[in-house]
Each structure stands twice: as structure tokens, then as C-alpha cells.
Design a protein around this ligand. Structure first.
Ligand code: DAV
Length: 366
């Protein structure tokens, strides 16, 4: 019996990770939680169904290559078991035409120490996504006597969980920013809702983004679940579509974090870092003006990097500005091509989930 699951942050030496798979991925039908994330002029608006096969194959080739690069560096890589996502989701509370994908694992699984929590996600099309990871979690449970396998309270995702008519294509960018500033998001406080990718783990401190995919009730749940941790609710004014913290605020090593220059960290939280001699650096500008076709994420996937240890980071190969900045910040950079995977849910950090990193639960902000 060995210790398999252990990870307290995103920068200690990575030894074991899950890399997603794009098989059978679908564009889901519109539903209350997703409308906001689909650009008005995107062909994704109004269409749904299986993604074109050649895009799935290209994404899988890049995901397989990521897995290979990691394995060559001695990182153990596990892969999920995709379901046939082109099936409806039907519960007593809702019905939607299809599921989505098991990309990106970072949204579904939250590793905190020896625990992996299956998140309480707000998209109806992602209701069963955790099933793709069950064979792995079951194996960890059988082999690691200390592994804590948890699931956040399953949300019902009934109509009460969303604000009706929140999505309105006539709303200007300025009005969206006012909504972010006022913490006015599509989900209600009816039940606990969060995507794991909204949680930034820094040892004893969890910085959790309040946005389109994570609500206040989730913060309260984390406070009660981890009474010895400090839970910080963060909200980045400047982000019209706040979803996931990992293209906004990305730690590279203890004491150094890059921040999306369009999505400034509020003063109160900035102080926590500065008081403890952390350097917050504006991330380099993305190299691309547009995300790839059929992509939900912004060009800021440029900063969605995978840190292997305090000196090594994987960055998307065409993100020349970000590569250069990493180098200047003293990191050894491994460039790999990954843009074909973006449309399936995100970048290098998104597409992975931690199983084991060396290190223990540090207090970086005493
Ligand atoms: O900037 O669109 C993407 C993060 C995906 N995990 C963005 C956030």
C-alpha cells in the first residue's frame, strides 16, 4: 500500500497527474449556465451535437503528446475513461439534450492534500462528467489507504439555481463589467455550486473565484469543510465572463504569481500577498487575437500553464510573449503545441488534474 494522492498547490514537484481525453466530445445545447460563455457571433450559438471528428483527433494527438512529454520527465500519467457524451441528461429537475466531454479534468476534480473532491458543477451538460474519472478514483482508493474520496453535495440544477433572463445579448461589455463588479452572476444562492478550477490552492489558503461557475454558498461550504484553512473569496473586476481562476491568477513558485493585466486583483487581496513578500507580476500579452474556433475560453489561455516544479513550466508553444516572460522570470520553459485542445475546455493547466506533488501543507501567508 502506497501513498498515491497528495497535492497542496500548483507548483511543488509534480509526480502524478491526470490528462484529459477529447473522445466523443459534444457542443452541448444552450442552457442557463452556458449561454453567457458562448460568444454571440460563435457558430456554437444555436448548434449542438458531436464535435467534428477531425478536431477531436487533433486535440487527442496534442493531449497524447502532453502525456508523453510528462512521462519522459518521470511524471506518472493517468487518463480518464470517456463516456459516449452524445446522450441526454435527465433528472427529476431538468432535461438537456447532451453531455459535453471529460475535458478539462481541472474543472471536475479538486485535489487538496490526500483528498480529491468531485466538484458541484453548475452546467447541466456536465452533470455526469465525474463518471469518466471513477475508474481512476476507485483505483486510488483501493491502493492508497489514506486517500479521501469525496463528493461535494450534488446540486439539483433546477430552474431555481439560475437567474432567469440573465443572458441578454444586448448587454454591452461595460454593463457586463458592472455585473462582475456587483458580483451579479448567472447562478443563484439556492445551492452549493463550484467548478474545481475556480479554486486556487496555496497550502493553508484557498483563493476561490466568485463568478459565473462558483457562488457564495460554495465559499461557505469550503469554510465549514476546512475550518483550519483560510478561505478567500476573490472577484476580479475587469473580467466580463469570470470563469475559472487559472487564466487570471497563476502561481509559478512560492513568492511569485502572474496576474492577468485586464483582470486586476482587488487591493484587499493584493495586500495579503505583498505583506508576505510575494511578487505579483502582470502576465505577458497573449500572442493571439482570437481563440481557436468553437472555443469557450478567451485568449488568456496563454497564461494557463502547467508548472512541473519551482523552476520548470510547460507553456503553449505559439505563446511567444508568455514563453519569453517565463524565461525572464527564471523558469525553464518546455514549449508544447496545444491550441488544438483549447476548444475542448482549455489550456495546459485546465487539461490536467493533480494526483501527486511532493511537499506538504505550507502556510505562505502567516
Ligand atoms: O479566460 O476564458 C478560461 C479558463 C478555463 N479553465 C478564460 C478562462
Amino acid at each position: 500500500m502506497t501513498k498515491i494522492v497528495n497535492s497542496w498547490n500548483d507548483f511543488d514537484p509534480l509526480k502524478h497527474v491526470i490528462v484529459g481525453r477529447a473522445d466523443h466530445s459534444c457542443v452541448p445545447p444552450e442552457e442557463p449556465a452556458t449561454s453567457e460563455k458562448v460568444p454571440i457571433d460563435s457558430p456554437m450559438r444555436g448548434m449542438w451535437g458531436p464535435r467534428p471528428l477531425e478536431t477531436v483527433e487533433k486535440a487527442n494527438a496534442q493531449l497524447d503528446n502532453l502525456a508523453r512529454v510528462l512521462e519522459e520527465r518521470g511524471v506518472k500519467v493517468d487518463r480518464p475513461s470517456p463516456l459516449q457524451w452524445n446522450q441526454p441528461v435527465i433528472t427529476p429537475d431538468f432535461r438537456t439534450g447532451s453531455m459535453m466531454t471529460c475535458m478539462p479534468p481541472r474543472d471536475t476534480l479538486l485535489t487538496i492534500g490526500n483528498e480529491i473532491i468531485e466538484a458541484a458543477m453548475s452546467f447541466r451538460c456536465r452533470y455526469w462528467e465525474y463518471l469518466a474519472f471513477r475508474p481512476l478514483l476507485s483505483q486510488y482508493f483501493n491502493e492508497d489507504p489514506e486517500f479521501l474520496w469525496s463528493q461535494a453535495p450534488r446540486p439539483r440544477l433546477s430552474d431555481k439555481s439560475y437567474k432567469h433572463n440573465y443572458y441578454d445579448e444586448r448587454i454591452s461589455l461595460e454593463e457586463r463589467l458592472v455585473r462582475t463588479a456587483n458580483k451579479d452572476f448567472v447562478t443563484t444562492e439556492e445551492e452549493i455550486l463550484f467548478d474545481a478550477a475556480d479554486v486556487l490552492r496555496l497550502g493553508k489558503d484557498l483563493f476561490i473565484q466568485h463568478g459565473l461557475t462558483t457562488n457564495r454558498k460554495a465559499m461557505e461550504w469550503f469554510k465549514r469543510k476546512y475550518p483550519d484553512f483560510r478561505i478567500h473569496a476573490v472577484n476580479f473586476p475587469g473580467d466580463p465572463y469570470p470563469i475559472h481562476i487559472d487564466a487570471t491568477f497563476v502561481p509559478l513558485r512560492p513568492g511569485l504569481i502572474i496576474n492577468n493585466p485586464h483582470r486586476k486583483l482587488p487591493e484587499a487581496q493584493r495586500k495579503i500577498f505583498e505583506k508576505n513578500d510575494w511578487q505579483i507580476v502582470d502576465a505577458a500579452m497573449p500572442a493571439h487575437k482570437e481563440p481557436p474556433p468553437l472555443c469557450y475560453s478567451s485568449v488568456w489561455l496563454s497564461m494557463n500553464c502547467l508548472v512541473l516544479d519551482h523552476k520548470t513550466v510547460i507553456v503553449e508553444a505559439s505563446e511567444t510573449n508568455q514563453l519569453e516572460q517565463m524565461d525572464k522570470l527564471g523558469m525553464n520553459v518546455i514549449p508544447i503545441h496545444f491550441r488544438d485542445a483549447y476548444a475542448f475546455g482549455g489550456g495546459l493547466h485546465c487539461s490536467t488534474a493533480d494526483v501527486y506533488r511532493e511537499g506538504t501543507c505550507e502556510d505562505y501567508f502567516p
